[in-house]
Design a protein around this ligand. Structure first.
Ligand SMILES: Cc1cc2nc3c(=O)[nH]c(=O)nc-3n(C[C@H](O)[C@H](O)[C@H](O)COP(=O)(O)OP(=O)(O)OC[C@H]3O[C@@H](n4cnc5c(N)ncnc54)[C@H](O)[C@@H]3O)c2cc1C
Length: 443
């Protein structure tokens, strides 16, 4: 492990994709940068675990690269041959049947009364929709937004229950402002076409993705870590305090580093806490309004093949403890031992110990046709991701702006999915690092 210097020019806290990207882009501009991370590996959430011949990411981490510069960077560092290019295979399982994703544009195959309710609701919503809707005029809460655009049936049969399971809070408590980019909004003609089984359009922001041929998603972070230089990445260096007045970070082992410039990528709430007494009361009050829900999931090793081909399957019905089941090995068989398969099962029930949910999950996997016998489950290991989904409730925007406003005035930058405090992708984290580097190099 490289020795941590006592004094550096630019210090980046966090060796996830945002921190590594910031460091790499700063280096391209000639800056001298050091990166510190509490973990013993680079990658943050983009990490992979290997055991018993299986490789698991932190649930599905599928790479969507739309930005040409980031695409060139990732393919340049990893090598074009590093990735498989995969067409999304993803469906919804409800009412005991599978329908294609997105639900709203693929109602075909559902029980007739469900299709009828969804179509009548969509027609009523479409009739009520003004010709032009400015974003500011959209309903404020997410449940109303769903009904406004899709109608009552689609809301009730998929969107409202699914989102409540995913976010861990009812859609009424979430603002609609987070979702414009992520929720596909087909036209009524597409909804009708999908209801009679002739919608051929692949919708949504993730219709194709890249995935490493070997080693899981962490290989992307490792390539970036190599490019940044292992001599300037300091692992097992947990920051426990930041004295920005003295331009000093303090580590759990009692050591410290002084810096000229600081870029933070750990969670915004934790970062504010680390800044301690320097934070004014109103900023602390704003920080207290920011919160996130945990993701609890199971890494499941399965003996033999799976009965369904999907990369991930949405499970909206409240009767089942999981909201999504994905398969690494369906995307890339090298993620499991030859002939075997792997699943990740994301659990809506965050309270019950996950081990206690395994029998009901297994029942679900059988009902979904993924496995034919509970004995095919070789293991189901529980994992938790604290603060995984930032909750966009009604306090979110003002509170987050207040915190960033104050940090900015101190010359502090807090970026990445958690540093910025948003819902975003790996590519967004890489873009954030690049943008921040450009701003710092110009300043
Ligand atoms: C369940 C889930 C599924 C996802 N699926 C996808 C997907 O399919 N596709 C996609 O593109 N994106 C996906 N994402 C998003 C993706 O994981 C993130 O956008 C991206 O990894 C964020 O990178 P980051 O660097 O901003 O944050 P992080 O990866 O969280 O990095 C922050 C780093 O800070 C370190 N750290 C924390 N505290 C301290 C401390 N006190 N001192 C020092 N270091 C510290 C951590 O160890 C970590 O390495 C998913 C996220 C989740 C939670």
């Amino acid at each position: 492990m490289p020795a941590r210097p006592a004094s550096v020019d630019t210090l980046v806290i966090g060796a996830g994709l945002a921190g590594l990207s910031a460091a790499w882009h700063l280096q391209q501009g000639g800056a001298v940068v050091h990166v510190v991370d509490a973990a013993d590996h680079v990658g943050g959430k983009a990490k992979s675990e290997q055991y018993e011949g299986f490789t698991f990411d932190v649930t599905g981490h599928w790479l969507h690269l739309r930005d040409p510069g980031i695409r060139d960077l990732v393919l340049g560092l990893c090598g074009d041959d590093h990735f498989m290019r995969i067409e999304r295979l993803s469906r919804i399982w409800s009412n005991g049947v599978y329908t294609r994703y997105p639900f709203q544009a693929n109602l075909y195959g559902l029980p007739p009364e469900v299709v009828h309710a969804c179509l009548m609701g969509a027609i009523a919503a479409d009739r009520a929709l003004p010709a032009e809707v400015a974003i500011a005029d959209e309903p404020e809460n997410f449940a109303d937004w769903i009904r406004f655009y899709f109608g009552e049936g689609i809301a009730e049969h998929f969107m409202v229950p699914y989102n409540a399971k995913l976010w861990g809070v009812p859609a009424e408590r979430i603002t609609s402002r987070w979702c414009q980019r992520f929720v596909p909004r087909p036209r009524l003609s597409d909804i009708v076409a999908g209801a009679v089984g002739c919608n051929e359009k692949a919708m949504g922001y993730n219709a194709t993705f890249l995935y490493p041929k070997q080693g899981g998603i962490q290989t992307v972070a490792e390539a970036l870590g190599d490019a940044v230089g292992r001599d300037v990445i300091h692992l097992e260096a947990e920051v426990v305090g930041v004295d920005h007045g003295a331009r000093t970070v303090h580590y759990a082992d009692g050591t410290r580093t002084t810096y000229r410039r600081l870029v933070n990528t750990i969670s915004l709430t934790r970062f504010v806490d680390l800044l301690g007494a320097a934070v004014p009361a109103e900023v602390r009050a704003a920080r207290a309004k920011l919160w996130a829900t945990e993701v609890v999931y199971l890494n499941v090793g399965v003996e033999g093949p799976l009965g369904q081909p999907d990369h991930w399957i949405y499970v909206p019905e409240p009767a089942w403890p999981m909201y999504r089941v994905g398969s690494f090995s369906n995307a890339n068989p090298a993620m499991a031992p030859a002939g075997d398969s792997s699943l990740y099962v994301e659990l809506a029930d965050r309270e019950t110990p996950p081990e206690a949910l395994v029998p009901r999950v297994t029942e679900g996997l059988i009902a979904m046709g993924l496995i034919d016998d509970a004995r095919r489950v070789r293991f189901a290991h529980a994992r938790r991701i604290p603060d995984a989904y930032v909750v966009y409730d009604f306090a979110y925007h003002d509170a987050r702006d207040a915190v960033h406003g104050w940090l900015g005035a101190q010359g502090l930058r807090s970026i990445g999915r958690y540093g910025d405090w948003n819902y975003s992708s790996m590519e967004d984290a890489l873009i954030d690092g690049r943008r921040t580097a450009a701003e710092l190099l110009e300043s």
